[in-house]
Design a protein around this ligand. Structure first.
Ligand code: SF4
Length: 167
């Protein structure tokens, strides 16, 4: 039985997960600041995992994992979540400076007692292979929207430089 156009459209929506590690939620806020585009963007994808954009705690197979924040190696849940995302996502994207470099989490917590030391917050590439990165702290709403759109449209001319960034 052949699918209707609507069903085919549904089937082709990339499945995206939003993994929130040690970040300030600024990257997510920036994504949602695409006021005019957000509804269209979210309509072109299926958010299948996350605790912020959606309330889904069991991680399925995904086409793309967006990872906000650095990974705290003293937090085994974060480490496991990142490893699971790498296993289940075809493409894994470091969203923002914290995920790319350790960012502010690497420097801000050193003086606080009972907090993991700053050396515990690592760029996610120290634990998993990262396929592309969206730079900025936070990345601008525009670059997030452009990158997601390029991903959906398989625009490799736009994506390639982001795949080549040191991360
Ligand atoms: Fe927050 Fe900037 Fe880190 Fe994003 S990159 S989580 S905005 S500190």
């Amino acid at each position: 039985k052949s699918e209707s156009a609507e069903e085919v459209k549904e089937m082709k929506k990339p499945k995206i997960g939003y993994i929130h590690l040690s970040g300030c939620t600024g990257c997510l806020m920036s994504l949602t600041e695409n006021y005019d585009l957000l509804a269209d963007l979210l309509d072109m994808v299926e958010i299948v995992y996350g605790h912020t954009l959606v309330d889904v705690w069991e991680m399925p197979e995904m086409d793309l994992a967006l990872v906000e924040g650095s990974v705290c190696i003293q937090d085994e849940h974060s480490v496991e979540e990142l490893m699971e995302a790498r296993e289940k996502a075809d493409l894994l994207c470091a969203l923002g400076s914290c995920a790319m470099t350790g960012g502010f989490t690497r420097y801000a917590r050193g003086g606080q007692q009972a907090q993991p030391s700053h050396e515990s917050f690592l760029p996610i590439s120290e634990l998993v292979k990262v396929d592309l990165a969206i730079p900025g702290c936070p990345p601008s709403p525009e670059i997030i929207a452009k990158t997601l759109t390029a991903y959906i449209k398989e625009d490799m001319d736009y994506l390639k430089p982001l795949m080549d960034l040191p991360k």
